[in-house]
Design a protein around this ligand. Structure first.
Ligand code: PLP
Length: 394
């Protein structure tokens, strides 16, 4: 008998369980991608599930910046930042992020998942501490909290009375509150002004994950901090990603000098991982330039969001959100996937989100809008949703 046969048996039954519950997942293979048009399984579809909110993932200037940096610096960075993996491009990007977010300093990470895991677990090492996080916070935040090993509580989603209650209790520990700005699977916006106020009056540190806000929120697209006008005292730590609205890859944490210094000393995913390739840093730098220069992209995105909401209302669907993330809660995982199939048959690509990404009974379509969609494409989406609703009764 092979040595893993006992493990094997357990494995097959877990996999069978997952399949039985309609929760087996596998990534679709994207054969071609050109703006919002993709080809999946030889089928050309309009993509309504990418996080490329500003349509920058195929921007000619950003592609060129990446290609030029590859010629100049090579493909891989060859080492972790503390050894010899940090170039002047990385440094420029950190400085640009610090300026853009209005924080003392920024630190780059290979991706947002690592940034959250690293920052949350490193910030709390040592001392008595308690963490409060929104119940719907991203897996990377929860993993950071779990890795830190400190006490934590998840408060009900954007429940300010619940948070206030918890923060009003006298304690002898330092406290940290963690929230997303725009929630990744629900598309709603946390009341960061109120959260910040509650944190300040109770001497609590605040950490904001702005993965979906950067490039989308704020008068000039600088994200949640700009939208809520939160200075460094109001929001001392912010995390953002380059892989979503900025169309590149990688992430950062920005904040007060001392926090960043601490992360450099302690954050294990920063210390022990090969740094972001220089071409990625060059592309992110260019994307930030384009974000600023091409404000019409965000204006168009917000027009599409309004247009989508108007269209939903006209067809009698429940109201959507004011962000590019538009969930349509279905409930059953199986039904959700049937609706996705129906939409694909009509040329629209939307991915169903099932447990464990969302809670049981809350499976949903997660529709995302992008500045590269046209008004006609959004109309087509709404017509398809309507047709599939007639067919499948949801
Ligand atoms: C996507 C996401 C991350 C992770 O960012 P990556 O760069 O994709 O690893 C972190 N937080 C939230 C809220 C996200 O949606």
């Amino acid at each position: 008998m092979p040595s893993d046969s006992i493990y094997d048996a357990g494995l097959s039954s877990s996999l069978a369980d997952i399949r039985e519950q309609g929760l087996f997942r596998s990534p679709p293979i994207i054969e071609q991608r050109e703006g919002t048009r993709i080809v999946v399984n030889h089928r050309p579809l309009i993509n309504f599930c990418s996080n490329d909110y500003l349509g920058l993932a195929q921007h000619p200037q950003i592609k060129q910046a990446m290609a030029e940096a590859a010629q100049r610096y090579g493909t891989g960075s060859s080492a972790s930042p503390l050894i010899c993996g940090k170039t002047t491009l990385h440094q420029q990007l950190e400085q640009k992020i610090a300026k853009l977010t209005g924080r003392d300093r920024a630190l780059l990470f290979n991706c947002g998942f690592m940034a959250n895991l690293a920052a949350v677990s490193a910030l709390v090492g040592g001392g008595k501490l308690e963490i409060f996080l929104d119940r719907l916070c991203h897996a990377s935040i929860l993993d950071g909290v779990l890795a830190s090993g400190v006490r934590f509580q998840r408060y009900p989603h954007v429940d300010m009375a619940g948070l206030k209650n918890r923060l009003d209790k006298p304690v002898d520990s330092t406290r940290l509150v963690i929230t997303e700005s725009i929630f990744s699977m629900d598309g709603d916006i946390a009341p960061l002004d109120e959260i910040s106020r509650l944190c300040r009056r109770s001497d609590t540190l605040l950490y904001i994950d702005d993965a979906h806000g950067l490039g989308v929120l704020g008068k000039s697209g600088r994200g949640a901090l700009e939208h809520f006008m939160l200075g460094q005292d109001e929001a001392p730590l912010v995390m953002g990603t380059f892989g979503k609205a900025l169309g590149v890859h990688g992430a950062f944490v920005a904040g007060k000098e001392a926090y960043i210094d601490l992360l450099i000393q302690r954050a294990r995913p920063y210390i022990y991982s090969t740094s972001m390739p220089a071409p990625v840093a060059a592309a992110a730098l260019k994307a930030l330039e384009v974000l600023n220069a091409e404000q019409h992209r965000r204006a168009h995105l917000h027009e599409l969001i309004d247009h989508y909401n108007t269209g939903l209302a006209a067809k009698g669907f429940e109201a959507g959100t004011s962000t590019p993330i538009q969930p349509l809660i279905i409930g059953s995982a199986q039904k959700t996937m049937e609706i996705c199939e129906c939409l694909q048959d009509q040329g629209v690509f939307v991915m169903g989100i099932r447990p464990p990404t969302v809670a049981r009974g809350e499976s949903r379509l997660r529709i995302t809008l992008s500045a590269s969609h046209s008004v006609e494409e959004v109309d087509h989406l709404i017509n398809c949703l309507d047709a599939c609703r007639d067919k499948l009764d949801f």
